[in-house]
Design a protein around this ligand. Structure first.
Ligand code: DON
Length: 555
């Protein structure tokens, strides 16, 4: 077996049948950190070929759709936050959208009770995919032809790549769902179980990518691919039609910006809740000396949790798609409001979340974040998702890609928790054409107007908290990027009123928090952060999370 086409022939050092991970590395010029070694290497190679950070990000996004099918996607959506070296900020929203036939109570039965899994499994769970349109919008900032940026993904799909142990496990554990929720067999299900080292070839996906390469976004949103999506809808009651696809367009959002201890932080605006939550929480803790409190001590965790509780309560009430709901962004992140929210905070005393409503938190969480910095200092952060691991488990027959279950990010009924235990109301109710509230938090940091950091993570509602804790690690506790990324995490989201601790969280702190009255839940792991930091010597220090196959590359 050999790679016959252009990209891999020109880059013999990138071998899809034999590759290794690099978890942390400093590069002289440019770097990528992503969920997969092949995607990161492809991004780096694109920059060496003369592309900028946008070219690399587009190539990484398409590559992840092939090598990281649980979250990389063309059937999902996401957000790109970028800062050009001239200081221009770009907030590109390619979030999925509710189809024209969607309605507020579409996931409720006649009695008004939510159906068990209609918002999470099968085609009805899918919002209109935004990723392909998003990449074509992002291309306005790139330098190389789009065809060149899609090519590596096509070759990976057509000739295959070797799967890791975790990918094999993911495919095996979803086998029955793929079969149940798809109208025909796909590349993801074979007779035997997958094992590490097997080659995954995705012929149908390669053909879809070729249609996109040849016809642009219309290669996805119109013609044969669109027809295949609509046909797949019929199998499990989906409602996306040809017009929904044809009319989908990404939107630009003005990023959220704020200062924290000498750092300028830039993050994503609604329909993501991420930027507002991050700004609220960091402003709430800014008056405190976190370094003195110490890393992961009961004092610091309790303070940071009390900020989380207050911010996430606002999420449920006030945040949704700003084109459908007036999100009071300015007020929510104003110094006066934030100060007033913390006015009842007493150090060492547990607060309360008045409504007690134990939401079930779903453990599997697959979204993916990647970070790119090029030689000129352009920074690109993309978080993209199918929502759940392998989305709604439906593979579009003939087209070879998985559809998202992003509709579950809407509030399907006031007070009813979604997959992440998040509740909401009118602000995030379903409406045709509306984008569901997200927690994705692609984030950039500058210092003295110079690029400093790009970071983000998957993890559903834990995402804003991960970025918040990561930034405190780096800014207050002076940790390295890698230390910060790998450190144990905690999470509070107002409701349910408990603190989730990652399994390796310090036991002594857990006991001290319990003594303060907190309810503690232990959880395997949170998310997978990938970041690139520009160090004082001008180099790019890239770091990938220990929690997954994340890997860095650069030159
Ligand atoms: O947009 C959101 O907030 C969710 N759909 C993200 C899902 C996610 O992070 C799953 N993964 N880890």
């Amino acid at each position: 077996m050999g790679f016959g086409q252009t990209f891999f022939k020109a880059h013999p050092s990138i071998n899809p049948y034999h590759y290794e991970m690099a978890k942390e590395k400093s590069f002289d010029h440019a770097a990528v950190a992503s969920a997969h070694a092949l995607a990161s290497m492809i991004g780096a190679a694109i920059m060496q070929e003369g592309g900028n950070a946008f070219d690399a990000a587009i190539a990484v996004q398409f590559s992840l759709a092939v090598v990281f099918p649980e979250a990389g996607n063309i059937g999902g959506g996401g957000f790109m936050l970028a800062r050009k070296v001239n200081g221009e900020l770009i907030g590109l929203d390619f979030r999925e959208e509710a189809p024209a036939k969607a309605s507020k109570d579409m996931y409720l039965d006649e009695k008004g009770n939510p159906y068990a899994d209609k918002s999470t499994r099968g085609a009805l769970a899918s919002g209109i995919p935004g990723s392909v349109a998003g990449m074509f919008s992002a291309h306005a900032y790139a330098k190389l032809p789009m065809a060149q940026l899609i090519e590596p993904a096509i070759e990976l799909a057509e000739f295959g790549f070797v799967v890791s142990e975790s990918e094999a496990k993911g495919l095996n554990s979803n086998r029955n769902s793929f079969i149940k929720f798809s109208s025909s067999a796909s590349a993801f299900t074979k007779k035997e179980n997958w094992k590490a080292g097997d080659t995954l070839i995705q012929t149908e996906l390669a053909a879809t990518l070729k249609r996109i390469q040849a016809n642009g976004a219309a290669g996805f949103y119109e013609g044969p691919t669109a027809s295949m999506i609509v046909k797949e809808m019929a199998h499990s009651g989906g409602i996306i039609n040809l017009n929904d696809l044809k009319n989908y367009a990404p939107k630009y959002r003005t990023p959220i910006e704020f200062e924290y201890k000498g750092h300028h932080i830039i993050s994503f605006a609604p329909p993501s809740s991420g930027g507002i939550l991050l700004a609220q929480m960091m402003k709430m803790i800014a008056p405190f000396d976190l370094a003195k409190m110490g890393n992961n001590t009961a004092a610091s965790v309790s303070l940071m949790v009390e900020a989380q509780r207050r911010a996430y309560a606002d999420r449920a009430e006030h945040m949704g798609d700003p084109d459908f709901w007036k999100v009071p962004t300015k007020t929510l992140i104003s110094d006066t409001y934030v100060k007033q929210r913390m006015s009842d905070y007493v150090a060492g005393v547990k607060g309360t979340s008045k409504l007690i409503n134990a939401g079930q938190i779903h453990e599997s969480e697959q979204t993916t974040h990647f970070s790119v910095v090029d030689k000129d200092g352009n920074m690109v952060a993309i978080t993209t998702t199918l929502n759940d691991s392998y989305g709604n488990k439906t593979i579009v027959a003939g087209a070879g890609f998985i559809l998202n279950n992003e509709m579950d990010d809407f509030s399907i009924k006031p007070g009813v928790p979604n997959m992440y235990g998040a509740i909401g109301g009118e602000a995030n109710a379903i409406q045709a054409g509306k984008r569901m509230l997200s927690s994705m938090t692609p984030t950039l940091v500058t210092v003295n107007n110079q690029p400093f950091l790009t970071i983000g993570s998957p993890g559903g509602t834990t995402i804003p908290n991960q970025v918040y804790e990561g930034l405190v690690d780096i800014i207050d506790l002076k940790m390295s990027l890698k230390q910060s990324i790998d450190g144990p995490r905690f999470h509070h989201q107002w409701m349910p009123d408990n603190i989730m601790l990652e399994s390796d969280f310090p036991e002594a702190t857990e006991q001290a928090l319990k003594a303060m009255g907190y309810t503690i839940m232990k959880r395997g792991r949170f998310g997978r952060m990938d970041g690139v930091q520009i160090t004082s010597d001008g180099k790019r220090m890239a770091a990938g999370d220990k929690r997954g196959d994340d890997s860095v590359a650069g030159y």
